[in-house]
Design a protein around this ligand. Structure first.
Ligand code: PHE
Length: 343
């Protein structure tokens, strides 16, 4: 027993004095003390020579010794693997690190966020809905019954397996879904991707993005629509931009209008972007058609509302001077990394 104690004490001294500067030395330590033919194992083997009455005490001592060696091993490992850098005086920790490559937001997302945030300041909440939609939500409920000629205003992709399903042609489907929920008033903005069966070219694509807005309450008037959109335009294009409304037609709004802003490239004097007219068309709008309200179980005698919808790609192209809409969906990093903020 005495002998065992002395042995352990001697090894402890040796171990305490041990230091390692690289991983190889740490591994040598492990083999010497903790390996299958190591010192801990050997001392454990001494147990059989210990007198029966001392076995309990000796067992405890050996266990403590084992834990002691294991702790030391863990410390050594830690200090060589993790501590090498800090121990090495040639490294200057005050130097700035390597720059991490970070991604950038897509220009369509930048423009969408910009548009959405302006309406959020007016109290509009964001709503989203499905891109694969049934006929009712994309057309029927929006006052476009089957065979209505205005269905041809938007070339539609139909889903082969189920002719009742389409790829939504506008985000107006979300308006219907929100109205169906039956919670009034509604003050919502609906950003999203839409699809139309158009020939892909520099100017048009078979999918693009829209933001639509919907406001329904008692006593909502065309004046509210105009003021809301005036606010939007001033925030978006600046205080000096002029606005004009042209009468238009949408089956789901009555009366309907399209809104132009004075060309923000040439300031209204006429350029290629505005086709020398001085005006750029930016959105469609109108008062929600009473049929649409009835289709969603909203009483048109009590409630009125306005809706508007605009594309995102076009203002983004004008803003950034992008001349080909296809660039948005080609995932070319050289293109994508150029955009940092909208407006
Ligand atoms: N849904 C129309 C479109 O995609 C835009 C619009 C929305 C027009 C709301 C008027 C009111 O062309």
């Amino acid at each position: 027993m005495e002998q065992l104690l002395n042995q352990i004490e001697a090894f402890k001294k040796e171990i305490n004095a041990f230091s390692a500067t690289d991983e190889k030395q740490v591994e040598d330590f492990r083999i010497k003390y903790l390996g299958t033919k190591g010192i801990v194992k050997a001392i454990m083997g001494e147990m059989k020579n210990v007198a029966a009455e001392n076995k309990k005490e000796a067992g405890q001592l050996l266990n403590e010794f084992k834990v002691f060696v294991e702790t030391k091993y863990a410390e050594l490992k830690d200090s060589t693997v993790n501590g090498q850098a800090s121990a090495d005086s040639t490294i200057d920790l005050s130097l700035p690190g390597d720059a991490l490559p970070i991604g950038s937001r897509h220009p369509v997302v930048l423009m969408r966020n910009r548009i959405v945030s302006i309406f959020q300041r007016l109290g509009f909440a964001v709503a989203e809905g499905p891109e694969i939609e049934d006929d009712w939500h994309n057309f029927g409920a929006l006052n476009l019954p089957a065979h209505h000629p205005a269905r041809d205003m938007q070339d539609t992709f139909y889903i082969q397996q189920n002719p009742d399903w389409v790829l939504r042609t506008h985000t107006s489907n979300v308006q219907i879904r929100e109205m169906e929920k039956g919670k009034l008033p509604i003050r919502m903005i609906m950003p999203g991707r839409v699809y139309r069966n158009e020939t892909v070219s520099a100017r048009s694509h078979c999918f693009f993005h829209q933001v639509e807005g919907l406001y329904i309450d008692e006593n909502v008037s065309f004046a509210d629509l105009k003021q809301t959109l005036y606010f939007f335009v001033k925030e978006m294009y600046g205080k000096d931009v002029k606005v004009r409304f042209r009468p238009s037609y949408f089956p789901f709004t009555e009366p309907s209008a399209e809104m132009d802003v004075s060309c923000f490239i040439c300031g209204g004097s006429g350029c290629n972007i505005c086709k020398k007219t001085g005006w750029v068309e930016i959105l469609g709008c109108g008062m929600v058609h009473p049929n649409v309200l009835s289709n969603c179980n909203i009483d048109p005698a009590k409630y009125t509302g306005f809706a508007f919808g605009m594309g995102i790609e076009r203002p983004a192209m004008l803003k950034y001077g992008i001349n080909d809409i296809r660039l948005f969906s080609e995932n070319d990093v050289r293109f994508l990394k150029q955009f940092t903020s909208a407006i």
